[in-house]
Design a protein around this ligand. Structure first.
Ligand SMILES: [Zn+2]
Ligand SMILES: [Zn+2]
Length: 250
């Protein structure tokens, strides 16, 4: 598996950190996990085109995680000389199909009047198997239906929390993950419900016995030293703060 961080930031835009977006190459599939604004451009900058993306996985419907779905559909439809043939499956939490329909009612149904099939599939806590890999989802503590994902391939595991507060579900999902990508929104003295502080992120990684922790969804102003020090008070494994265009082999 190879993960590329396309956006390590949040709704509070920063020049060096775009909103949430990640590219995951797993087995022979190219997947996009969340797509906040700028995700597709960042993707091109890393050398992968939206034309190559097989599947989309969304954690929840907040715009800093979903808004580039529209540019994805539009670019796929209107790139000269390109016709997508392969089916597109869009995975998301409960309510995603309605969200998608509403987007189409705003932008026009001809957005998806295209020469390939699109399926929207809602997930709660379940497991889906593909050729050489599988995905497990679990309910997170954020918006009403937000989910996190665990990807497994060839004996390796990668877990992405999306946005969440501290909950048993993320600890379970992240059990002994080779790479745990956790949101880490606000400092310990500025705790916001439905999001993690560095100390909580460290505690989750410790309880889950994760092998490696990568922190993302960083709100400004929030210094790296402050984050790492707080995480290390709980977790003694490898920890780093994600940055845009970072590539991680899992
Ligand atoms: Zn967010
Ligand atoms: Zn959110």
């Amino acid at each position: 598996m190879e993960l590329t961080i396309l956006g390590s930031g949040t709704a509070a835009l920063q020049a060096e950190r775009g909103p949430s977006g990640h590219l995951l190459k797993i087995g022979s599939s190219v997947c996009l996990l969340d797509s906040g604004s700028g995700t597709l451009l960042k993707c091109l900058q890393t050398g992968t085109s939206y034309k190559e993306i097989d599947r989309l996985f969304y954690t929840h419907m907040h715009p800093d995680h979903t808004i580039d779905l529209i540019p994805f559909l539009f670019a796929t439809k209107y790139t000269p000389g390109f016709q997508r043939r392969k089916k597109l499956t869009i995975y998301g939490p409960a309510g995603f199909a309605d969200f998608y329909e509403r987007l189409l009612s705003v932008y026009g149904r001809d957005m998806v009047d295209v020469g390939y099939e699109i399926e929207v599939r809602e997930l709660a806590s379940e497991r889906i198997c593909f050729d050489r890999w599988h995905v497990q989802t679990a309910q997170m503590r954020h918006s009403r239906t937000a989910i996190g994902y665990r990807f497994e391939c060839a004996g390796r595991s990668f877990v992405y929390s999306g946005d969440t507060g501290f909950c048993d579900e993320i600890v379970g999902l992240a059990h002994e993950a080779d790479l745990l990508l956790l949101e880490c929104s606000f400092a310990d003295d500025n705790k916001v419900e439905g999001h993690l502080t560095p100390t909580e992120a460290g505690e989750i990684a410790r309880l889950a016995a994760a092998r490696r922790l990568l922190l993302t969804h960083i709100y400004p102003p929030f210094g790296p030293d402050e984050i790492i020090t707080a995480v290390r008070s709980r977790f003694h494994g490898e920890v780093a703060i994600a940055h845009d265009l970072q590539r991680v082999l899992i």
